[in-house]
Write a protein that binds this ligand. Structure first.
Ligand code: ADP
Ligand code: MG
Length: 248
């Protein structure tokens, strides 16, 4: 479903992403981890068509992409950001935010689709007439997920979708994403800094460092510590320590 060959992204003289190649089969979830600034978001943005300054090959469902994406592409591939305000307009009701993609793609049955989308992310229908600031962080992220899914995409690009949430609701949102992938047969790329969370959702994980893909490892191998690079081992140990640390 997703094929990257030598994806390279430059910002001026800086190579933020260096010849990254990987593949994600339809219905599978691929995780991207690595320290801040390693290029994870830049990879997602290039795939999503939010960044024109890239080279290499990007194919979605076998279709080679250029810097200009088709309208179908924007229906097929959706992105979810760390901060749901990135996709929800603060002065628009949830109803309006959810209607927008349906209007853009000319889909009918708006009323029913919004009701179903909210039910799918386990939110009450009354949420429709609220504004983003009237919801909790977890509810806002559920709305952002509903909005990403409402026009029935095939691919979700998730950029640290739970990092801004309270620890207590992170697992709920991860479980929701996991269920949605199964019921809708979605293909995911998920960026995250918590290795355990990424390994929970993704069968295969790519480790990025300084813009390059250092190694690709199966979630089971990662959990068992069967990794190639010392850097991956340290990243894993660090996230285990954070998880084990007492809260507060
Ligand atoms: P990550 O998501 O892994 O934290 P990013 O992909 O956001 O990393 O950033 C990778 C590198 O690219 C960083 O050095 C960052 O400063 C740089 N970068 C990202 N976006 C831009 C931009 N719009 N303009 C200039 N530099 C950028
Ligand atoms: Mg990022």
């Amino acid at each position: 479903m997703i094929e990257l060959d030598n994806l390279t992204v430059r910002f001026g003289d800086v190579e933020a992403v260096k010849a990254v190649s990987f593949r994600v089969s339809a219905g599978c979830a691929f995780g991207l981890v690595g320290e801040s600034g390693s290029g994870k978001s830049t990879v997602l943005r290039a795939i999503a068509g939010l960044n024109a300054a890239w080279s290499g090959e990007v194919r979605i469902g076998g279709v080679p992409q250029t810097s200009k994406r088709s309208k179908d592409f924007y229906r097929q591939v959706q992105m979810v950001f760390q901060d749901p305000y990135g996709s929800l307009h603060p002065r628009q009701t949830i109803d309006r935010s959810l209607s927008e993609p349906l209007l853009v793609h000319g889909l009918v049955g708006i009323e029913g689709r919004i009701t179903r989308a909210l039910a799918e992310v386990a939110l009450p229908n009354a949420v429709r007439f609220r504004y983003p600031h009237q919801l909790s962080g977890g509810q806002r992220q559920r709305v952002a997920i509903a909005r990403a899914l409402i026009a029935e995409p095939e691919v979700l690009l998730l950029d640290e979708p739970t990092s801004a949430l309270d620890v207590s609701v992170q697992a709920e949102v991860l479980n929701l994403l996991s269920e949605l992938r199964e019921t809708r047969n979605l293909t995911y790329i998920m960026v995250g800094h918590n290795l355990a969370a990424v390994a929970h959702l993704c069968g295969t994980i790519g480790v990025m460092r300084n813009g390059a893909l250092l190694e690709t490892v199966g979630a089971d191998d990662l959990c068992a510590g069967h990794v190639l690079h010392e850097y991956t081992r340290r990243l894993r140990e660090l996230s285990v320590e954070i998880d084990a640390a007492p809260a507060g």
